[in-house]
Design a binder for this molecule. Sequence first.
Ligand SMILES: N[C@@H](CCC(=O)N[C@@H](CS)C(=O)NCC(=O)O)C(=O)O
Length: 236
Amino acid sequence: MKTREQKRRLFEVIGENPQTHLSPYCWRSRMALAHKRLKFVSEPWHVTEKQRIARSGGVTAPVLVDGGKWVRDSWQIASYLEESYPDYPLFDGVAGKAKALFVNRWADNALHPLIFRAVIAEQFPLTAGCDKAFYEERTQRKFEQSVEEIGADPEAARQAVVQALGPLEDTLVEVSFLGGGTPDYADYILFGTFQWVRVVSHTPFWSEGSALHRWFEALLDAFDGMGRAQPPRCML
Ligand SMILES: N[C@@H](CCC(=O)N[C@@H](CS)C(=O)NCC(=O)O)C(=O)O
């Protein structure tokens, strides 16, 4: 019988409603663990509970605790899992890892800031009460604008997101997944992005006939519907 410390644990951000798993980064790690067929216990976490993850050396989730090892940052977690558990590869070798790293950077640095402007007005009310002041202060510091100012023109932001997604849509018309015939970590990175949108927003960025819709629905169904089990915004 494993002790609590020996169990594999994943610290994941939750909103006011504990069913609200709204972090794109935590979804990346969740999908990576499922891809590797590794069981884990979810540790619901509020962003202000820094002390609980201090042993990771950082202040953000996801954090994976695997035996005695603490790993922070979704990219580091994926790399750690790939090295420690080579079965069910997340990356197709060095080239596949390079591709995923580009997707990781594109999502974090280009796509997420646009999406944030499009969804923050809908997202902020879902934030845990204990984290609201923290988010307001951090948004002000990061963007030099308040939450209200950032979310003031969601329609313009939405159009910018749709435009940015053009090359991804065109790619998914030609291939089933970024991993080819089956998903790999590059798919899970972007799945995390759009699961965040599904959880916090009433409005998707694509129509039902699109390749993005087909791709996302397939990933919602993956691993016995793990992603679909997360209630979407309209059910929260
Ligand atoms: N690069 C990190 C980003 C993680 C991140 O920003 N997580 C957010 C939740 S979505 C967080 O924990 N924020 C708390 C903070 O910024 O102090 C990763 O990929 O894991």
